[in-house]
Design a protein around this ligand. Structure first.
Ligand SMILES: [Zn+2]
Length: 341
């Protein structure tokens, strides 16, 4: 493990709760339901294999998390444990997302799901040195408009009370971004900030639509490299890309070299994120290591991307300033140490 990467105070904008469950915890939950699997077997069910073909195959890894996360107690535990894990990785602020509509199978209401996740996060904030907010994901799919409308409603209710925004997740290649315009019109009308997964399994048009809807952040967005015009628009409008390198490689969203460095050098506001700690068998420090090993970007660029992430977070201006100050303090300390060597 690279010590400098570990020590760097980090900000995460893109991380899914259900894709980041501890395998040990899932194993216990399955046991309670009468399924006694070894830890290795559980890991195999939760983590994507090396020969994953696309995003649709990657998404099959969410079926067990969805099955087990159906009570308030478990949702609270999962959120608490994830923030505990992040604190141990020296993350100072994380926006964790999930889709409330996936956790209603055993009778929970939208409010109960969201309250359980907030409780888990707040408990972790008290116990560990970490801060954060939750993003509620609407889902791509057929005939699910009413669920997405409920998600917008619950986001509005808990906005600035643990929830900071909305998202659109799911199978991008199967359900076009343009079909979800109504949902984000309502979000915009209610001043709820949002990010949209786009330009991962579909191309530049999907990103263009998301920006037209009013998204200031794009989940992944890497396929903007397919259009010079779109890249220019993203740069000029200051749209922030939530890039998840290891996940992008697994879903085969990129062919050949990952465009992170090209985007960064073209002055597009990029940030580095883990997407799903468990499904992708990753964490933020592994992602930063990947950047150092596979690009010519340096520590200073990673710090810059943390500043980008702080500015683009859906938190308060005070919180953003505080996060940026911590990164600058760390940078100054590093520079001083280098001079004394
Ligand atoms: Zn994602």
């Amino acid at each position: 493990m690279d010590e400098k990467i570990y020590e760097m105070p980090k900000v995460i904008l893109h991380l899914h709760l259900d894709g980041s469950l501890r395998p040990e915890t899932v194993r216990n939950w399955l046991k309670e339901e009468g399924k006694d699997l070894s830890l290795e077997e559980v890991k195999k069910e939760l983590m994507v294999s090396k020969d994953c073909k696309n995003l649709n195959e990657y998404l099959t890894k969410f079926s067990i998390p969805e099955k087990v996360l159906q009570t308030s107690e478990r949702i609270e535990t999962a959120t608490y444990e994830l923030y505990e894990d992040l604190a141990k990785q020296n993350v100072m602020y994380a926006e964790v997302r999930f889709a409330p509509s996936k956790h209603l199978n055993k009778g929970l209401s939208y409010d109960e799901v969201v309250e359980a996740a907030i409780q888990g996060m707040e408990n972790a904030k008290k116990d560990f040195n970490i801060d954060g907010n939750l993003i509620l994901s609407c889902m791509r799919g057929k005939d699910n408009k009413s669920q997405n409308l409920e998600t917008v409603k619950v986001a509005k209710k808990y906005l600035n009370k643990g929830v900071c925004g909305l998202d659109l997740a799911g199978a991008e290649a199967l359900f076009n971004t343009e079909n979800f315009e109504d949902i984000f019109k309502i979000a915009k009308g209610n001043n709820i900030p949002f990010t949209i997964h786009a330009g991962e399994a579909a191309g530049a048009d999907s990103i263009k639509k998301a920006i037209d809807f009013g998204a200031k952040r794009i989940g992944h967005g890497i396929r903007c490299v397919e259009s010079k015009e779109l890249m220019q628009k993203i740069r000029i409008d200051g749209i922030v890309l939530e890039i998840c390198p290891i996940s992008n490689i697994q879903t085969q969203a990129v062919e050949g070299k990952h465009p992170l460095e090209t985007l960064y050098r073209n002055r597009i506001l990029t940030t580095i994120n883990p997407d799903n700690n468990t499904v992708s068998n990753t964490n933020i420090n592994k992602e930063y290591n990947w950047v150092m090993e596979n690009t010519d970007l340096q520590y200073i660029d990673l710090m810059q991307m943390n500043i980008n992430a702080s500015r683009a977070s859906f938190s308060t201006p005070q919180k953003k300033a505080e996060l940026i100050q911590k990164i600058l303090d760390y940078k100054n300390k590093e520079e001083k140490e280098e001079k004394t060597i």
